[in-house]
Design a protein. Structure first.
Length: 102
């Protein structure tokens, strides 16, 4: 007699607790914070404020500055950097930009 235990069933996703007060931020959240922190990096902002800098250039510059951002999914990285790029181009508080990926 063979009996399959639900505990050993690898085809089922793990039920991990979410939203608990003591849960640590996930790796994507930490990487998103690193991308947002570039908004406070004077050298990075100087590079972004140059003429003709597009979102693709901002992604390349961010990956050069913080190589581990390569682990962040591209849509999330583009969203974070789109916000940083709009702030670099606009003095004061900039509106949130929407990034479209092809």
């Amino acid at each position: 007699m063979t009996r399959t235990s639900q505990l050993n069933d690898e085809s089922r996703p793990l039920d991990l607790p979410t939203g608990t007060a003591c849960s640590a931020p996930g790796p994507y959240e930490l990487l998103s914070r690193r991308a947002r922190a570039l908004a406070h990096d004077a050298r990075f902002l100087t590079l972004l404020s140059g003429p003709g800098v597009e979102l693709n250039d901002a992604v390349r510059l961010a990956l050069d500055a913080v190589p581990e951002l390569e682990l962040l999914p591209l849509p999330e990285l583009a969203e974070e950097l789109g916000t940083v790029l709009s702030r670099a181009r606009t003095p004061g508080r900039a509106p949130r930009t929407q990034v479209w990926l092809a």
